[in-house]
Design a protein around this ligand. Structure first.
Ligand code: C2E
Ligand code: MG
Ligand code: MG
Length: 736
């Protein structure tokens, strides 16, 4: 068996589906995981940005608060007005540096001239103000403007604080700038509007300041990122009031999502590995299961189209191939030969050597056939011992015949079966396709007919289909159909009875029943012809039973000493035949001793044990066995000697020659002497002349049948015969 073992489309499909689903599921899980992580990271970043921005605002507010602690103070107003530089340094400038970390402080008079300057805790020349002035000027102007036109009080009645703040860039460094007027804290000191001194304080937004902000919100790695440096996502811009970016506060972005993912990665990897392992395991099982399914599917498919015994294509596959082959052949304008092959002695081998030997014979035959034909040709087993061969691209009938010849030679070689060596032969029917209109069914039928002809003409030969075979077969089929109808109660079949006479030519010894079929279309068909068709088409059992019943019933009603009924060899091969006869006798009430069964010599030739036992059984019940047409076949003398036969009927072909042929006389005399020697009765058939009868009487023959005395008669005619009407006792079995 050649069912495919490698993986099948089904397996691929299943694997692909499962893998796709698994990949899809994995993608969803991983994708969602990363999405959630990214989402959480983004939220966290937004929060950090808000923290830093708030921190910066707080820092700006702190600078204002710190400045306010010294600007709203009577002492500040009086000391600055007095130009007390020592006091100013101690309380308004270096103090701001040491205590609050303000980097630069300038004290400006009403005309905005610097009267004091401090940088990084050191008093410097007031003119240094000029360096920073461009950056500071807008904010100073803003405050002066506020002082000139104080803003209105808000809803709560609180007058707004006099302060102007901004982010500025001082010498390229971002800073928080805060400008406030020096104003008295009590009524003891007065200050005329427009005469205020200003306190200008700047705190650089450096890493220290940023560190303070970041520490409050637990943000790591916070630092100043100057404009010259690239900035990442984790950054807040330092923007002045005009919208100009001065730099950035950057930090190490905290990414809780990704951190979580990283932390879980090993565990996830292990889980994935386990899931992958489980999936792989399931997949392998699935693949195996689907492979098994596919294999069994393939096997079923194979079994549906192949013969289990030989592995050859069966009839279904063969017919399909034939149809295709014919189609292609018509296209290519080539010819196809169909060979039907049948072993001649298969049944015999089966019956004598047993079924295992029969099977072995079929197997070996298949192998020989396969090895004899070409690869491209097809040999199929149609059943039993029947094979069919499709030969492609056959030039002419000669080439087909050559192959048939070769096949027959191959099959003639001895077969070694289990313990025995046997010789068989094969009959072959050949049909050749012709042109494009060849139909598969037609070709099959023709090969079948040719095979039938080959068998009929003697075994071990091949026969090419000839046109007239077709008509013959069609006619036979028609007869068969009509015969079936007749047997099914359609009528038309009758029995004629031909009396058998004693030597005196008057005394009736018995009668032979002869079948008659008067058909409306076919007319009166000769019995031998339609009997042969009935045998061929499997109708003989039924027909024989009908004749036997009819004849026995008739005889039982008459004074006939005995009735002879013709039996086909096929009937004798049926193991149940003896029983059938017994039951018919019982049914019709005919004494078994009054029944004679005529059969031909051929039967004896078939060394068939069944036939032997059936004949024995019949004779044991008292039925007589008659050998019909004696002399035309080859009788086994040993069979005759074993007294398995009660009577011989000398064939009418010899009787006919008696008048003219001396050698015929010698043969008939020898046959009669043989019968006498074997102590069996002898009847001469077909006696037509007085001369024939006289010669036969002279040779010692006892019984006569023929047109000279009487042709086969209708039942009524027979009973009207004088011999019978005189009332011959039914039981006086004549042994004249
Ligand atoms: P058979 O058994 O040898 O029957 C004798 C045949 O010779 C009959 O032909 C009969 O009509 C014919 N016949 C009789 N006397 C003469 C004669 O003087 N001259 C000539 N020329 N012929 C004569 P039929 O009836 O046509 O039968 C032919 C064969 O058909 C029979 O040969 C027998 O073998 C077979 N047959 C007839 N009836 C049955 C039947 O019921 N069952 C079976 N199995 N075979 C039957
Ligand atoms: Mg007969
Ligand atoms: Mg005969």
């Amino acid at each position: 068996m050649s069912a495919r073992q490698n993986s099948s489309p089904l397996t691929h499909q299943v694997t692909l589906t499962v893998l796709t689903l698994a990949a899809f599921a994995l993608a969803i899980v991983v994708g969602f995981g990363f999405y959630a992580a990214a989402q959480s990271d983004e939220t966290s970043l937004e929060r950090q940005k808000i923290f830093i921005a708030d921190g910066l605002k707080d820092q700006i507010a702190a600078v204002q608060r710190e400045q306010e602690s010294v600007t709203v103070w009577d002492d500040s107003v009086t000391n600055v007005r007095a130009g007390n530089q020592a006091w100013i340094e101690e309380n308004l400038s270096t103090w701001m540096y040491t205590y609050y970390g303000h980097n630069r402080v300038y004290i400006l008079d009403a005309a905005n001239h610097a009267i004091h300057a401090m940088r990084e805790g050191k008093v410097v020349d007031a003119s240094t103000f000029g360096e920073d002035a461009p950056g500071l000027q807008p904010t100073i102007e803003k405050l002066r403007h506020m002082l000139a036109e104080p803003p209105k009080a808000d809803a709560t009645g609180q007058s707004p604080k006099m302060v102007a703040q901004d982010l500025v860039s001082l010498q390229g460094k971002p800073a928080i700038l805060s400008v406030m007027p020096l104003v008295p804290s009590s009524d003891r000191v007065t200050q005329a509007p427009g005469t205020e001194y200003l306190h200008v304080s700047a705190e650089f937004i450096n890493d220290t300041v940023i560190g303070k902000i970041a520490a409050k919100y637990l943000v790591k790695g916070a630092r100043l990122v100057p404009l010259s440096q690239p900035v990442g996502g984790a950054a807040v811009p330092l923007v002045d009031s005009r919208g100009v970016i001065l730099g950035y506060i950057g930090w190490d972005e905290e990414r809780p999502g990704i951190t979580l993912v990283r932390k879980m990665a090993p565990a996830l990897a292990v889980a994935l590995l386990v899931a992958g392992g489980v999936l792989l395991f399931l997949l392998r099982r699935l693949r195996r299961a689907s492979a098994e399914l596919q294999t069994s599917q393939d096997e079923a498919q194979y079994l549906a189209f192949h013969d289990t015994l030989t592995g050859l294509p069966n009839r279904a596959l063969f017919e399909d191939r034939l149809r295709r082959t014919l189609l292609f052949a018509a296209q290519d304008e080539t010819r196809v030969a169909l060979l039907y092959l049948d072993l001649d002695r298969f049944k015999h081998v089966n019956d004598t050597l047993g079924h295992p030997a029969g099977d072995e014979l079929v197997r070996q035959t298949a192998a020989r056939l396969r090895h004899t034909i070409r690869e491209i040709d097809t040999v199929a087993r149609l059943g039993g011992d029947e094979f069919a061969i499709i030969l492609l691209d056959v030039r002419d009938i000669r080439s087909a015949e050559d192959i048939a010849d070769r096949l027959q030679q191959k099959l003639c070689e001895p077969f070694k079966l289990i313990d025995d060596q046997v010789f068989v032969s094969a009959s072959i029917g050949i049909a050749l396709s012709w042109g494009s209109e060849t139909d598969a069914d037609d070709l099959l039928r023709k090969a079948d007919i040719a095979l039938y002809e080959a068998k009929k003409n003697g075994r071990g030969r091949y026969q090419v289909f000839a046109g007239d075979m077709d008509d013959l077969l069609l006619r036979k089929r028609k007869v068969e159909a009509e015969l079936r109808k007749a047997l099914d109660g359609g009528g038309g079949i009758k029995l004629a009875y031909q009396p058998v006479f004693a030597a005196d030519g008057r005394r009736i010894l018995g009668a032979e029943a002869l079948i008659r079929w008067g058909h409306e279309v076919h007319g009166a068909l000769p019995a031998a012809q339609f009997i042969a068709i009935a045998e061929e088409r499997g109708l003989i059992g039924e027909l024989g039973k009908w004749a036997l019943t009819e004849a026995c019933a008739f005889a039982a009603r008459t004074h006939l000493p005995w009735i002879a009924v013709n039996i086909s060899p096929l009937q004798l091969r049926d193991t149940g035949f003896a029983e059938q006869v017994a039951s018919i006798l019982a049914e019709t009430g005919l004494d078994p001793a009054r029944l004679q069964l005529e059969t031909t010599e051929g039967v004896l030739l078939e060394h068939d044990e069944t036939i032997g036992t059936v004949i024995e059984a019949l004779r044991e019940t008292g039925v007589r066995m008659v050998l019909d047409d004696f002399g035309t076949g080859y009788s086994s003398l040993s069979y005759l000697r074993r007294q398995a036969i009660d009577k011989l009927k000398i064939d009418r072909s010899f009787v006919r020659l008696l008048d003219e042929d001396d050698s015929a006389c010698a043969i008939v005399r020898a046959l009669i002497e043989l019968a006498l020697a074997l102590k069996v009765e002898v009847t001469a058939e077909g006696v037509e002349t007085d001369g024939q009868k006289a010669l036969l009487v002279g040779m010692g023959c006892h019984q006569f049948q023929g047109y000279l005395m009487s042709p086969p008669l209708e039942p009524g005619q027979l009973l009207a015969l004088p011999g019978l009407s005189t009332g011959t006792p039914a039981r006086s079995v004549a042994n004249a």
